[in-house]
Design a protein. Sequence first.
Length: 284
Amino acid sequence: MGIALAKHFKTVILSADSRQFYKEMSIGTAKPSLEEQDEIKHYFIDSHSIENPVSAADFEREALEVLENEFQRHENIILVGGSGMFIDALCNGLDDIPNDVKLRDELTLFVQKNGLESLLEELKSNDLEYYNFVDKSNPVRIIRAIEAIRISGKTYTELRQKKSKTRPFEIMRFVIDLPREKLYERINLRADLMIQNGLIDEVKQLTEFRHLQSLNTVGYSEIFDFLDDKISLEEAINLVKQNSRRYAKRQLTWFRRNEKAIWLKNETTADLKKEVLGLLNSAQ
RNA sequence: GGGGGUGUCGCAUAGUGGCUAUUGCAUCAGACUGUAAAUCUGCCACCGUAAGGUAUCGUUGGUUCGAGUCCAUCCACCCCCA
């Protein structure tokens, strides 16, 4: 649908997919084909290496630069994807909260060894408000808060202002909403195609990088388990399908939260394109 | 035809005659500010937004103060013998 719209507007596409950035991961991330990329210029596909991970804040900054340039030539630009948080980072902006990957890795290691207890205590005494709010069994959240508090000397609550930034362009959001059964059918098919297209070889070649967070990804984790002989190939494929379905559900949950998003009713590319163009016309 | 075994939620699974039938998975729903395809939470027999209410362990009957558990019956499935 993105490509169809980009053709119509003779414009470019930005991908907001937190895994398609990486040039080493192609089959398992279902990037647009090379032919499709020839037809339409895509940003943020193969733009980075797994060894230099892209955070939501990196994406916000880099994508804004691209947009500033491209808006000089195009009236409309298409953002496609994927990762709700990256979309929101670009559209709404992130608060300026400091980060330190090294400290975070240390904290992660600490939690693996000693559990969350002491970090929770630290959070409680330094930022009671966030302590009361946060999901206390989610190590990622706790670690991130402690990280920010230790670096800044401020509370995480104070840093996290949740201010939406104004962008020099208008944003309209559309969500493709297939009937659940059809969505799941397509996800299952997609996993089978990945295997046919050589996913196992792609994963094998990434073995030396398997500890990287970017490879903690549906389609890769399961195949690593197969290569380690932990599960059979059949089990691995079924898990890829299952975990993709779960991910798709989480995407929908994320998008549901945005009350401005428009949920599309159609199912085929052509119909969806028509529907979106109609909505854009009536919005003007 | 003879003998043996098994039936517990969508699937799998626990359940010495005694509180409210266990656990896992799936499904469904949710959270989310530099790990986000990550990480985490809840529900999950039925009715109800909820408080709460009503059921239930293949069937029917029995024993017992009390049955998923014991007995009988029938039904379904599995295994062995013929």
